[in-house]
Design a protein around this ligand. Structure first.
Ligand SMILES: CC(C)(COP(=O)(O)OP(=O)(O)OC[C@H]1O[C@@H](n2cnc3c(N)ncnc32)[C@H](O)[C@@H]1OP(=O)(O)O)[C@@H](O)C(=O)NCCC(=O)NCCS
Length: 190
C-alpha cells in the first residue's frame, strides 16, 4: 500500500514557487491546442510576469480558495503539468482542473495518476463529498482518463462551444466519495 499521499508510480504532486508555475503556465498556454482543451475563453496569452502576479494573490489567500499542485514526472523530476481543486462549497463539492502542459507526456498515464492522487487528497485530507469537472466533447483523451480515475458522466450541455465554425458540447462528470471508496478504497487500505 502506498502511504505517501502525494506520490504515485509515475508522478508526484508538488508545491512550486509562483515564478516556476508562471514560467511553465505561460509557455504551455502558448500552445493553443492545449489552451482550447482547457478553457472556453477565447485564445489568450499571458506573460510570466502577469501569471506570477495572479498566482501570488491566489496562493496567499487564507483559507485557500484553490489547492494548486504541480505534477512532476518521477523520472527526471520534470514539471509536466498542474492539477488544482478550486475551493470547496459548504456542500462538500469541489471542481477539479488538470493540464499536462508537456505534450510528450500525453496519453502515457501521467494525467490519470495525478488525478487519482488529487482525488485521494480531496476525499481523505479535505473530507469532501464529491469532485466535479467539465470536459469538451473534442477531448476524448480527457474523457477516457477521467473514466479511468472513477468519474461518471452526469450531463451534457449541447452546442455550448463554437470553434472553427463547429459547435461542440460540454460534458459534466463527477465522482462521489462512495464511488471512489468502492473503486479505490482497497488500494489505499480504506
Ligand atoms: C487530459 C489529460 C489530463 C489526460 O492525461 P493523460 O496522461 O494524457 O491521460 P492517460 O494517458 O492517463 O489516459 C488517456 C486515455 O485516453 C486514451 N486516448 C488517448 N487519445 C485518445 C483519443 N483520441 N480517443 C480516445 N481515447 C484516447 C488513451 O489510450 C488512454 O486510455 P488507456 O490507458 O485505456 O489506453 C492530458 O492529456 C492533458 O492534460 N491534455 C491537455 C490539456 C487537457 O486536455 N486538459 C483537460 C481539460 S478538461
Amino acid at each position: 500500500m502506498n502511504n505517501d499521499i502525494f506520490r504515485g508510480k509515475l508522478v508526484r504532486l508538488s508545491a512550486e514557487n509562483p515564478e516556476i508555475y508562471a514560467e511553465h503556465f505561460s509557455r504551455w498556454w502558448h500552445d493553443s491546442e492545449y489552451g482550447r482543451l482547457l478553457d472556453l475563453a477565447p485564445g489568450h496569452l499571458f506573460s510570466p510576469k502577469r501569471t506570477k502576479e495572479w498566482l501570488e494573490k491566489e496562493l496567499e489567500k487564507d483559507p485557500p480558495e484553490m489547492w494548486l499542485f504541480g505534477i512532476r514526472a518521477l523520472e527526471g523530476d520534470k514539471l509536466i503539468g498542474f492539477v488544482d481543486l478550486s475551493g470547496a462549497t459548504p456542500h462538500g463539492d469541489t471542481f477539479v482542473g488538470i493540464g499536462i502542459g508537456e505534450r510528450d507526456y500525453w496519453g502515457k498515464g501521467y494525467g490519470t495518476e495525478a488525478m487519482k492522487l488529487v482525488l485521494r487528497f480531496a476525499f481523505v485530507e479535505l473530507g469532501l463529498h464529491r469532485v466535479s469537472l467539465d470536459v469538451f466533447d473534442y477531448n476524448p483523451r480527457g474523457v477516457k482518463s477521467y473514466e479511468k480515475a472513477g468519474f461518471r458522466h452526469e450531463g451534457r450541455v449541447r452546442e455550448m462551444i463554437l470553434r472553427n465554425g463547429q459547435r461542440s458540447d460540454v460534458f459534466f462528470m463527477g465522482i462521489l466519495r462512495e464511488d471512489w471508496l468502492r473503486q479505490f478504497g482497497a488500494e489505499y487500505g480504506l
